[in-house]
Design a protein around this ligand. Structure first.
Ligand SMILES: Cc1ncc(COP(=O)(O)O)c(C=O)c1O
Length: 469
């Protein structure tokens, strides 16, 4: 059906034409910015996400504004009736013609943001959605189809785990084999050539912070004729899965990419043909399920992308420092930048230089009760951070994964995935000074120790190399 973003034109996808081009009806001829924005290959050559973003054409507003315009329309006019037929037949569209139908299909502002995220992730194309879950569910439904098979890491965000273990089996007959994604033999044994459509992992697993061996997983998936889909929510800029062999990269944009904890959004990054298929009028999951991003939200998010690399650097710097200090105190801390983390070398090899090991760390307090006491003091007594799910905010956010974002996973599966009941997932923020925040952390920890006499925190020390992650 309507093939609107031609795969043969990947560079065009990176170019924003902010103005309606003239289609013979007088639109756009005299406009200031039409010639300013040119397609460029530069962003494809750059492997550093910040450099790629900077090499991409700047998206000007309709009147030459430094920020993109917001195309808030749900629907779009045509000047001749036959243009409508041609749009629906896929003979005209956003690329080349700058023609749009309706904002559940492509919207110019959402497409402009999507192009920027495609540049960031190094994919041909991308399209933004209303949430991370809608990005994940749409792309899985598109790629897998009824009765298909998925191989997935056993440690995934609880919502994704529930989608694969209950919702998709019930609604589509899709079955999933959950494996230790670090075990190549186990992944190879689980994939069924011809039947397995998708291998699914998170770059850095939620909440255990295992780093996926993306090149290995891509090899195994491709040999079996499957696609590798990677959720890069924890590590935008830090790791670029598509540059390592992933076919599709999804994000909960609600997290680090947004950074504001005020927007729920998602994105699917991949080939132009994938985006076309998702938007197909007859058969596209985005077009037919309709998890549409609002243009106003897209413009808001576009203003946050330029400082994403800087934010990630500071999240990483502080998380690395806190993890090191917590370890020195004898706490049971998991952070992929620590030397004893089994994937430290892998992350160094696969990660983009200069962005550290990400802003997430895990602290295992042994029991849920101790985890709760510590979080209570960290929020209510010393103001180190906030008890809240989600991540990527300027303030530190803490949650006990077992009873919150991983609670959808059955207790025995949580245990196998290494999610202990006392595990606190910490998204390290960057407000205040680092020393101020550390003092707040130490004060809260001391209060927990006073409340449980005889249980000095050093007693919780477990040789980090023995940690299951
Ligand atoms: C790794 C990961 N992927 C996906 C999601 C879902 O994203 P959203 O809440 O934007 O739907 C979340 C959290 O909510 C997450 O942590």
């Amino acid at each position: 059906m309507a093939h609107i973003l031609a795969a043969a034109e990947p560079l065009a996808l990176l170019m924003k034409r902010p103005l309606p081009q003239t289609d013979g009806y007088g639109y756009g001829d005299d406009h200031i910015s039409t010639d300013v924005v040119k397609p460029t290959k530069a962003c494809h050559r750059e492997s550093d996400p910040a450099a790629a973003l900077a090499a991409a054409p700047h998206v000007f507003g309709e009147y030459g504004g430094v920020n993109m315009s917001i195309e808030a329309s749900a629907t779009f006019t045509v000047m001749e009736p036959d243009t409508m037929r041609r749009l629906f037949a896929g003979e005209m569209g956003p690329e080349g013609d700058d023609m749009y139908i309706y904002s559940r299909h492509f919207n110019p502002t959402v497409l402009a943001l999507s192009r920027q995220i495609a540049v960031l992730e190094g994919t041909e194309a991308a399209y933004c959605t209303a949430s991370g879950m809608s990005a994940i569910s749409s792309v899985l439904m598109q790629l897998v189809g009824a009765g298909g098979h998925v191989v997935a890491s056993r440690c995934l965000y609880g919502g994704t785990h529930a989608l694969l273990s209950s919702f998709l089996p019930r609604t589509s007959g899709v079955s999933t084999t959950f494996v230790d994604a670090d075990d190549e033999a186990a992944v190879r044994a689980a994939v069924r050539p011809g039947e397995t459509k998708v291998v699914y992992v998170e770059t850095m697993s939620n909440p255990t912070l295992a780093v996926a061996d993306i090149p290995m997983l891509a090899r195994v998936a491709h040999e079996a004729g499957a696609k590798l889909v990677v959720d890069n929510t924890f590590t935008p800029v830090v790791v670029s899965p598509a540059r390592l062999g992933a076919d599709v990269v999804v994000h909960s944009v609600s997290k680090f990419i947004s950074g504001g904890a005020d927007i729920i959004a998602g994105v699917i990054c991949g080939s132009a043909s994938l985006v076309n298929s998702l938007m197909d009028l007859q058969d596209g999951a985005l077009m037919l399920l309709g998890p549409t991003m609002n243009a106003k939200v897209a413009a808001e998010l576009s203003g946050r992308l330029p400082h994403l690399p800087l934010r990630m650097q500071e999240h990483s710097r502080r998380a690395a420092e806190f993890a090191t200090r917590m370890r020195r105190l004898g706490l049971r801390v998991t952070y992929p930048g620590l030397p004893e983390h089994p994937h430290q070398d892998r992350l160094r090899r696969l990660g983009n230089p200069g962005y550290g090991a990400g802003g997430m760390l895990c602290l295992d307090m042994g029991t849920e009760a101790r985890a709760n006491r510590l979080m209570h003091h960290l929020q209510n007594t010393t103001q180190f951070g906030l008890m809240a799910v989600s991540l990527g905010y300027c303030e530190t956010l803490m949650s006990c994964s077992g009873n919150s974002t991983s609670s959808e996973i059955a207790p025995e599966d949580r245990a196998r995935a290494g999610i202990s009941p006392g595990l606190i997932r910490v998204s390290v923020g960057y407000t205040g000074t680092l020393e101020q925040r550390w003092t707040q952390f130490e004060r809260a920890l001391a209060l927990v120790q006073q409340e449980t006499p005889g249980k000095h925190h050093k007693m919780m020390f477990v040789k980090p190399s023995a940690l299951e992650i």
